[in-house]
Design a protein around this ligand. Structure first.
Ligand SMILES: [Zn+2]
Length: 248
């Protein structure tokens, strides 16, 4: 699970530099892995499923060419109300606003073989919303992506990794068959769809740490602790979203 791949000033914990990213991709390719989309997700030991949350323009600019060079593809989770706009939904990034991909960039990625999944319309924490708004976030984002890209959208990524059993059934009713979530996983509930559990990659992940993450047991205490700290601090997003009413 990546967010930004960038050299820019918008550096944060959730940024990976293009140099780091290239080294990570090349190391995995060298080890014989191929890179695929969540649509094809299965428990396969020789495949890597990279995902990029929020649909930042830097992914098209930096990550896509690096993956393309080794014949790899990935999945990006777009926020439909912010396509072509700055990340004003991210309170802590106001001083360092970052561009989201526009529709033609998303379409180009799709044509390169990437999967474009939904991350909702507004990046609000869905558990804070009433049923009507949840339905709208799930269905409107799906329909807009499908209309604009001419492809089926079957993967949903809940903003802030905030989800529960009720939300899972709403996700299913909206027509999604896969949900991308983050470690740590504290026991997964029953769901007819497929869970895509992800490990976050962050700025401080040097190559050995990155490879360790891939090959180590993701439930090891250090991994769980790290992910919990990141979930708490992250870009400040999650904490912020819990403390304040959602920003429009
Ligand atoms: Zn997000």
């Amino acid at each position: 699970m990546y967010h930004k791949v960038s050299e820019g000033r918008e550096w944060g914990l959730t940024t990976t530099t293009p140099t780091q990213f290239k080294a990570q991709v090349e190391a995995l390719a060298h080890l014989g892995f191929t890179f695929s989309r969540i649509q094809e997700y299965k428990t396969a030991e020789d495949q890597i499923f990279m995902t990029f949350d929020d649909g930042y323009a830097c992914i098209k600019e930096h990550a896509a060419p690096i993956l393309d060079a080794i014949g790899g593809v990935a999945t990006v989770f777009a926020i439909t109300n912010y396509v072509g706009k700055k990340n004003s939904w991210d309170y802590f990034s106001e001083s360092k606003q970052v561009d989201h991909m526009n529709w033609s960039e998303l379409r180009e990625l799709h044509e390169m073989g990437w999967e474009i999944g939904s991350h909702g319309c507004s990046h609000r924490r869905l558990l804070n919303l009433d049923d009507k708004n949840i339905k709208q976030e799930l269905r409107t984002s799906k329909k807009e992506l499908e209309d604009k890209l001419g492809a089926q959208v079957t993967t949903f990524c809940p903003p802030f990794n905030a989800w529960n059993s009720d939300l899972l059934s709403q996700i299913e009713q909206a027509g999604y068959t896969r949900v991308a979530i983050s470690y740590p996983l504290n026991g997964l509930p029953k769901w007819s769809g497929m869970f895509i559990p992800r490990l976050g990659v962050y700025l401080h992940d040097a190559l050995p740490l990155f490879l360790g993450k891939i090959f180590a047991n993701p439930f090891s205490p250090i991994q769980v602790l790290q992910q919990q700290l990141i979930n708490l601090a992250g870009d400040g997003n999650i904490l912020e979203n819990w403390l304040k009413p959602p920003l429009r």
